[in-house]
Design a protein around this ligand. Sequence first.
Ligand code: PEP
Ligand code: MN
Length: 263
Amino acid sequence: DRKGSYTHIKIDSGAEPLLIGEGYCTIIAGPCAVESEEGYLQIARFLQEAGAHALRGGLFKPRTSPYSFKGLGREGLEIMLEARRITGLPLVTEIMDVRDLELLGDNIDILQVGSRNMQNYSLLEELGKLHKPILLKRGLSATIEEWLLAAEYVLDGGNPHVILCERGIRTFESYLRNTVDIGAVALLKELSHLPVIVDPSHATGKWKMVTPVARAAIAAGADGLMVEVHPDPDRALSDGKQSLTPENFLKMYEQVSRISRLV
Ligand code: PEP
Ligand code: MN
């Protein structure tokens, strides 16, 4: 129990300081992957005007098939840095491997540990040595205890800046991509001092379900959301089916803001 030592996660790299945690509703948004400079800068500008607090974009993508688009890597980083210069918004991207620590650690504001890497303990230990926020996604089939112990690896290494992200888990149910655990959000707010956000995009795999699940997450006490938004989801190189159009992002944002004022 570290509730006594609660502090917000503060990010200073953007145009304005960003606080994440209790009392704030942080919206991280952007495409699944950075695909092109034009497309990314366009969506980044849109998201900044729409009120998003941070930009996501995958550079190194953990794809199920090795033949799928695996991200632009280093080349895409330049595009994200340009987006931060233009919008003043902090950047979030996934780190898949300790070998990318120098490249991403020096440039990215929030490092995401993906579901598939939640129990990559050597990666977690390295991230524990940084003084940089870590967005720790729940493992594909991780229990809450396993997830909290994974967070503990980072905390114990000396990095207190961990954000938990519920992104759905594998169950017998297969209609949606995953089964989102809203109860876990409420429970984690009891068990832990760490900020908890929800990713309704990977949790559901279907864009139509993103807004209802986003509303539920905020109503259950989540400190924010991470959502996939693409200028043209039908043409996305990954996760188009779960990506919101800019127009649908605006609708989600409006509905979620109403709920976050109530809770
Ligand atoms: C992502 O957010 O880009 C991602 C790959 O999600 P997850 O690790 O939750 O599958
Ligand atoms: Mn994705």
